[in-house]
Design a protein around this ligand. Structure first.
Ligand SMILES: O=C(CO)[C@H](O)[C@H](O)COP(=O)(O)O
Length: 221
């Protein structure tokens, strides 16, 4: 049973001929991109993709999905994963450090579908730390500001490189753990007012549908 694959493949059913697609990042979106590639090959549908990361760019190229950009096109449908989803469709994203481009792409789409397995569904956001992308020179002052807001913080470290994770945009990521996130919408706005913050991983707007892979089958919320 592969719940991420179930959700990713289901989302690909919403792709229509002629669509411009926002291609999210992560192991669930991997299956969405794969299935879109299969539909291009088998059904001959005509779509173009706007990637949210080098990961989704490379995968799209592997599946012969034509690439375009926000300079050229508006997005009809964006499909992306999440690290947490609450009952009001607020999200925490950025487990793959791609949340800045993901937010640009997902928020600009006419329709935004989130794909997750059931482990990502929560009553309240906050067990997963909020990823905050920062200009490297501002790391210390941003951490101070986040701590003043009640978070405990860590600069995310790379696994197969010495030192911090460097995002696709050349920045660091601070993982900020808040005890409670009472208002995702306010926190999303407040975090972005700290000088040096590029973007944070709270997504409190714009989700049209959540597709959840569960052990009992697909649920569409
Ligand atoms: O926000 C993301 C990347 O920055 C991912 O969408 C999120 O981390 C979910 O990933 P996965 O589908 O691998 O569980």
């Amino acid at each position: 049973m592969n719940l991420k694959k179930d959700a990713g493949y289901k989302a690909a059913e919403y792709v229509k001929d002629g669509d411009i697609l926002g291609l999210g990042t992560g192991s669930t979106t991997h299956y969405f991109i794969e299935k879109v590639g299969m539909r291009i090959k088998e059904e001959g549908i005509n779509v173009m993709g706007i990637p949210t990361s080098f990961q989704s760019l490379l995968l799209a190229k592997q599946w012969n999905i034509p690439i375009t950009s926000l300079e050229e096109h508006d997005i009809d449908l964006a499909v992306d994963g999440a690290d947490e989803v609450d009952g009001d469709f607020n999200l925490i994203k950025g487990g793959g450090a791609a949340h800045t481009k993901e937010k640009i792409v997902d928020y600009s789409a006419k329709k935004f579908i989130v794909i997750v397995d059931e482990s990502k569904c929560v009553d309240k956001l906050g067990a997963f730390p909020v990823p905050v992308e920062v200009i490297p020179e501002a790391s210390r002052t941003v951490i101070n500001a986040l701590e003043d807001m009640g978070a405990s913080c860590e600069i995310r470290m790379a696994e197969r490189k010495d030192g911090p994770v460097i995002t696709d945009n050349g920045n660091f990521v601070i993982d900020a753990k808040f005890d409670e996130i009472e208002s995702p919408c306010h926190l999303e706005i407040d975090l972005n007012t700290i000088p040096g913050v590029v973007e944070n991983g709270i997504f409190s707007q714009m989700v049209d549908k959540v597709i959840v892979g569960t052990s009992e089958g697909i649920k569409e919320l």
